[in-house]
Design a protein around this ligand. Structure first.
Ligand SMILES: Cc1cc2nc3c(=O)[nH]c(=O)nc-3n(C[C@H](O)[C@H](O)[C@H](O)COP(=O)(O)O)c2cc1C
Length: 138
C-alpha cells in the first residue's frame, strides 16, 4: 500500500503528530508545500486549527489533489480545544475533489500560549501511532 503524510504546522505541534504517524507508515512526513509526485492509496493529511479552521496551505494542497492521485484521505489535527468542525471542513473540501475521507480522524492537544504545555506529549504521540496502525492495517 502506498502511503503519504502531509501536514501544515505553524508552531510544531502538528508536525510532531505527523512524524509519529509517518513513523508508523514507514514514510517521511512532509509539509503541504511538497506536492504528491505519485499516486497513493492512503494520504494522511494534518493541520493545526487556527480560529476554528485548518490552515489555508492545507486547503490549497487539497485543491491540488485529484481522485487519480489519492485513494483515500485520513485527517488529523492538533488544537487547543479539539478538532471541532474541522473534520467536516476537510471532508467537504475533499468531497469536492472526489476523494473519500475515512470517518476515523485523529485529534490531540497542541500547546497554545500557556495551555497544554508539553503537548503533544509522549502519550499523544503514541496514540497517533496506534491510530495510524489501525488505519493502515484495515
Ligand atoms: C492564531 C491561532 C489561532 C488558534 N485558534 C484556535 C482555535 O480556534 N481553536 C483551537 O482549539 N485552538 C486554536 N489554536 C491553538 C492551535 O490549534 C494549537 O496550538 C495547535 O496545536 C497548533 O498547531 P501547530 O503547532 O502545528 O501550528 C490557535 C492557535 C493560534 C496560533
Amino acid at each position: 500500500m502506498r502511503i503519504a503524510v502531509r501536514y501544515y504546522s505553524r508552531g510544531g505541534s502538528t508536525e510532531k503528530a505527523a512524524r509519529a504517524i509517518a513513523r508508523e507508515a514507514g514514510e517521511r512526513a512532509e509539509t503541504t508545500d511538497k506536492p504528491l509526485n505519485r499516486r497513493v492509496d492512503l494520504l494522511f493529511i494534518g493541520s493545526g486549527i487556527y480560529k476554528g479552521h485548518i490552515d489555508s496551505h492545507v486547503k490549497d494542497f487539497i485543491e491540488s489533489l485529484s481522485p487519480d492521485k489519492v485513494g483515500k484521505a485520513v485527517f488529523f489535527s492538533t488544537a487547543m480545544m479539539g478538532g471541532g468542525k474541522s473534520d467536516e471542513e476537510v471532508r467537504k473540501l475533499l468531497e469536492k475533489k472526489g476523494i473519500p475521507m475515512d470517518t476515523r480522524t485523529f485529534h490531540c492537544h497542541g500547546q497554545f500560549l500557556f495551555f497544554h504545555r508539553g503537548h503533544p506529549d509522549r502519550k499523544d504521540l503514541l496514540d497517533a501511532e496506534i491510530f495510524a496502525k489501525k488505519i493502515i492495517r484495515k
